[in-house]
Write a protein that binds this ligand. Sequence first.
Ligand code: 5GP
Length: 208
Amino acid sequence: MTVSIRSFIKRRPGIVFIVSAPSGAGKTTLTRRVLDVHPDMCLSVSCTTRAPRSGETPGEDYHFVSERVFRRMLDANEFAEWAEVHGSLYGTPRRMLESRLRKGQDVLLDIDVQGARQIKQHFQGAVAIFVLPPSLDELRRRLAARGTDERRTIHQRWQRARHEIQEIEGYDYFIVNRDVEDAVARLAAIIAAEGVKVCRFIPKRKPG
Ligand code: 5GP
């Protein structure tokens, strides 16, 4: 190594971490909690056409926009990826993502399997992590226990989960969310390990 240690460890560009999971797998808690372990990382705030739920803060949980605004942004190529999920549109603002990566900041995207596929295609070195519930029966129990959805919606979400789990092959890691503390520790460990891969510090060498 001909460069100084200081300049070597400074050189790495930011990493995109994708976390996907079927609804009810506990992903939101995980992505929020892992930021306590990795406070330098930032969580991307998506745009969505769905209505805010109680307790959600615009600009913090999502940028809530009308379908007209969303489609205009889409036409202007303002999304790094986008998808329709449960009848609403969701997208990751491109400018925010790219400027953070350029500054060397790691960004966590809480997005679905369709979005994950697009990001893996366009952002070299992106790391995709799939969060699984311990079983499909347990997932059904968790969806019902939330008490926020009707039986039909619960069944639809459960069916969708079964479908989404088929996409796990396109991911780099999986975490079974049996116990929150354990799952947070595993996610934090993946993020830490990916951040010190030597290939990420050497331009032109692809992360493997
Ligand atoms: P929720 O409406 O329950 O917050 O999210 C529903 C689903 O949409 C979740 O699976 C979440 O990961 C996904 N999602 C949230 N934001 C985005 C986004 O910007 N792009 C994509 N593709 N999916 C998203």
